[in-house]
Write a protein of this length. Structure first.
Length: 256
């Protein structure tokens, strides 16, 4: 079941990405420029996992933990004095919202540096390609059983985070070369994906309420999880459609 879900997610992402590539005017970018970011994005989950583990060890040490000869002591899921909502948000921010978006940002900026996109649309596609590649490996690593089916509606979430980040940072660069103020685009491009990703994972993958012993907490966690999936899925398609409609406009915004 998990492998089937991974294949479906990959196929859907590939379909969406190829359609995006074809919409650039007057002509699509080269195949190398289009697909190298996807290949590079595959290493994203590995890097972000290492970063998250490093942050976890640092936090553990700051809380007075120690490393023993038996191995690395594992940080508790949540401090005893922390409520379930705060614990969920903290875990989601550390393991996904901050670490994954930071890694994808750095990888995408590397692609921008190498390929030098000629317009805002190509700039955004560098980030989207990284998100596609990130999804490909993440689904294999973390998908499985019922959990994989729960993840399926959000098949393009990493690509959508790439749209938000790539479009806004591309617009920031375009605005700067026009003599304007790019600050609002930079803030939106950096903060919105982190915030959305954190909230989404706090309600799903790192929802502490689902692991609670109290049945009321479990019920509340389940409701929050379902709402997180529904809201994020709707927004996912809204942004995909919006990006589709803006393809020509972004293609005409040339970057120097």
């Amino acid at each position: 079941m998990g492998m089937l879900s991974s294949v479906i997610s990959f196929a859907l992402c590939a379909f969406v990405y190829v359609r995006m590539l074809k919409r650039e005017v007057p002509e699509p970018m080269s195949k190398k420029q289009a697909w190298v970011p996807v290949a590079v994005g595959v290493i994203g989950p590995i890097i972000s996992t290492l970063v998250a583990v490093g942050l976890g060890m640092l936090i553990f040490k700051l809380r007075g933990g120690e490393l023993t000869q038996a191995g690395i002591s594992v940080q508790p899921t949540q401090p005893e004095d922390m409520n379930l909502v705060a614990a969920s948000l903290l875990r989601a921010f550390r393991n996904a919202g901050f670490t994954e978006e930071l890694v994808k940002l750095l990888l995408a900026l590397l692609m921008v540096k190498i390929f030098k996109p000629k317009n805002v649309y190509e700039y955004a596609l560098a980030f989207i390609g990284i998100g596609f590649g990130f999804t490909a490996l993440e689904e294999i690593l973390y998908g499985g059983g019922v959990r994989s089916l729960i993840r399926l509606p959000g098949f393009a979430m990493h690509m959508v985070f790439g749209i938000i980040m790539g479009v806004n940072l591309g617009l920031a660069r375009y605005e700067k070369q026009q003599g304007g103020r790019p600050g609002k685009y930079i803030l939106c491009g950096l903060l919105v994906p982190v915030l959305w990703h954190t909230l989404y994972d706090a309600g799903t993958a790192f929802n502490a309420g689902l692991d609670a012993a109290d049945e009321n907490a479990q019920s509340a966690g389940l409701i929050i999880g379902v709402l997180s999936i529904i809201v994020s899925t709707v927004l996912e398609f809204v942004l995909l459609i919006k990006f589709k409609k803006k393809a020509v406009t972004y293609s005409e915004m040339e970057l120097k």
